[in-house]
Design a protein around this ligand. Structure first.
Ligand SMILES: Cc1ncc(COP(=O)(O)O)c(C=O)c1O
Length: 389
């Protein structure tokens, strides 16, 4: 059995397992159920204790996964949901009410932004977007009724880091709850709860599950925020499917290896792109040349395989399409955090940003470096760039 003292990598190999109650079999069974029987009427009434009451409200399968994630975040509560987006919307709705004001970074993940600008606003929450690099300037955005400060560091598509410790400290002073989307940093590289966030959300779809075959989300918190998370998820009837929870738990076993290989490939590619004559900017906080590098060194213990770069707008769309379609390993697609490398073009318009992003204007390309052999990825990416020359 692992204890609090063990390194997180040791914990990843053991959390959520109980072979002693499972015929010596290391991996837990998958409990598929809605009904959970009671042994007496008194137990069914709730007069006697019962570990699990109804499938939607929790099973040993959801508990194994949630307890494992709570443990790596050192949180007392974790909820699991059917997607990263549902973890985000549940966490937000656990922390804010009609008539209150919420702050979101302009670099917010697109589907989170849609939730915020449609449903959340329709519910009567006042929403303001702030420049992602405003850091301690965030206090200028606080209003009397501000109750939520949301962070995503780095931001989606444009990869700006945020000074999470100072922003969350300022928020605390003003009685404002903070939530951070930590899908990029993960519990292994960016301990956002320790750094001051009240609630962490992650698309477990990405590095936790890690094989591009699962949609899963987590939100974790301590104390009252954890209780509110649980209550909100329960009232919405949110629950993840048992197979997906099992795959999430299984993903944790190899997450460190996959994450480090993907991150190393991503950083190697990003570094090599900085020397390419066609590339205007490389957006990766772990690069020395990044304006966020000091924050990265201070708060992160590693990166991941996702980053962006900018190509001149003088390259025609037709040429770019052809070059990308000619790649051998990188496939064109959304999502990331799986084993396979992906590439896509990001289109940032006024629906996605209020403030103009700081990078050079041009074609914004998002790269996800998977866990393949790095030099093969580099050859593929550079062949694509050479086809543009
Ligand atoms: C930063 C970030 N957060 C959340 C999500 C949403 O996750 P899911 O696709 O599991 O809903 C994504 C998906 O791409 C993402 O990139």
């Amino acid at each position: 059995m692992t204890t609090k003292k063990h390194h997180v990598d040791t914990k990843l190999g053991h959390l959520g397992l109980s072979p002693e109650t499972n015929f010596g079999i290391p991996n837990p069974p998958i409990y598929r159920t809605s009904t959970i029987l009671s042994s007496s009427m008194a137990q069914h009434r709730g007069d006697l204790p019962k570990a699990y009451t109804y499938g939607r409200s929790g099973t040993p399968t959801s508990a194994s996964f949630e307890n494992a994630v709570a443990s790596i975040y050192q949180a007392d509560t974790c909820i699991s949901t059917c997607s990263g987006l549902s973890a985000i919307s549940t966490a937000i709705l656990s922390a804010i009410r009609s008539g209150e004001h919420a702050l979101f970074p302009d670099s917010l993940y697109g589907s989170s932004r849609r939730f915020v600008t449609t449903l959340l606003s329709d519910l009567g929450v006042e929403v303001t977007f702030y420049p992602p690099r405003c850091n301690s300037g965030i206090k200028e955005y606080f209003m009397e009724n501000t109750r939520l400060l949301y962070l995503e560091s780095p931001g989606s598509l444009t990869f700006e880091l945020q000074d999470l410790p100072s922003m969350t400290m300022l928020a605390k002073k003003h009685n404002i709850i903070t939530i951070c989307d930590n899908t990029w940093g993960t519990a292994l590289h960016y301990p956002v709860l320790e750094l001051g966030a009240d609630i962490v959300v992650e698309a477990a779809t990405k590095y936790i599950a890690g094989h591009s075959d699962v949609n899963l989300g987590i939100a974790a918190a301590n104390g009252l925020q954890g209780i509110k998370l649980k209550k909100t998820a329960r009232n919405f009837g949110i629950c993840a499917g048992p197979e997906d929870l099992y795959l999430g738990l299984r993903g944790l076993r190899t997450m460190r290896l996959r994450l480090e290989q993907s991150a190393a490939n991503g950083l190697m590619l990003a570094q090599s792109l900085t020397n390419h004559p066609l590339v205007l900017d490389v957006l990766h906080p772990a690069l020395d040349s990044s304006p966020d590098h000091e924050l990265y060194k201070r708060d992160f213990s590693g990166s991941c395989g996702l980053f962006g770069f900018v190509l001149p707008e003088t390259i025609s769309q037709e040429r770019l399409d052809k070059a990308v379609e000619g790649m051998n390993i990188f496939a064109i697609g959304d999502s990331w955090g799986g084993y396979e490398s992906l590439i896509k073009q990001a289109h940032i318009d006024s629906k996605l940003r209020q403030f103009t992003p700081e990078h050079s204007p041009g074609h914004l390309i998002r790269v996800y470096a998977g866990i393949e052999h790095g030099p093969d990825l580099q050859t593929d990416l550079f062949q694509m760039l050479n086809a543009l020359d």
